[in-house]
Write a protein that binds this ligand. Sequence first.
Ligand code: GUN
Length: 299
Amino acid sequence: MTATLIEGKLVAEEIRAELKKRIAALEKEGIRPGLAVVLVGEDPASQVYVGMKEKSCAELGIFSDPHHLPAGTTQAELLTLVRRLNADSRINGILVQLPLPDQIDETAVIEAIDPDKDVDGFHPVTLGRLVIGVDTFRPCTPAGVQELLLRSGVNLEGKSVVIVGRSNIVGKPLANMLLQKAPGANATVTIAHSRTADLPAVVKGADVVVAAMGSPEFIRGEWLKPGAVVIDVGVNRVDDPRAKRGYRLVGDVHFESAVKVASRISPVPGGVGPMTIVMLMTNTVLSAERTLKKRTGGK
Ligand code: GUN
């Protein structure tokens, strides 16, 4: 058996086409969705991510408001900027790229963002709403995973989903999303992690495996139940002298062995990666739609 690919690139393209229509409808009402993108310092990976987010805004016709601040920015300065963006009616979403330099308390900055503009889905209020199943912004990477499964026709209802990785950004929110009584959810969810006893046996019980622990090629095909669906969230650089850049990207799943056992698998790159940014754009458009709804009295 060879698994078929779950191609995030194609699904992201489909969502972008839908977003263009929603943005056009907002335009008719005189609204252009706006995303503030805040980057502090010169971390090369963060610069690449922020550049991709700004480019995606431009392609869709979302107003992007870039704030690239020096590495020495103080916490007080950053909090002042966040508060200003909270009050700016042109801005529907605020994204503060993480990690932040050591002198800045990340939690304090995230908590300063107005939850109504928390398009990253990192604010404790957003996460609390997510846990109790109240409509809110879904954090972008878990939302990408859920959307990828839904749009690939993978029905999770009653299925056993094992999420390997317990991060605040992926594992914990995703587990809460997939166990909700809602379309694209209703799964029986297990979160496994680095201290899980006999991880291969836990993975063996899964109809759907989501790998999100950040260890290159850790999950082996032999661990999988035949026919399992595999979503690989990992993005790891491994040295490869044959590659042009001297490295290549691999996921948390050992693709060559997994592809022989799984029924469907998302590749790295081209799987979850392209979904994350499109979900950020989706949240920004959703925020603008909510603003319009409030203006028109919920009609
Ligand atoms: N750093 C790594 N991933 C992310 C993300 O999804 N959002 C933000 N703000 N920072 C990140």
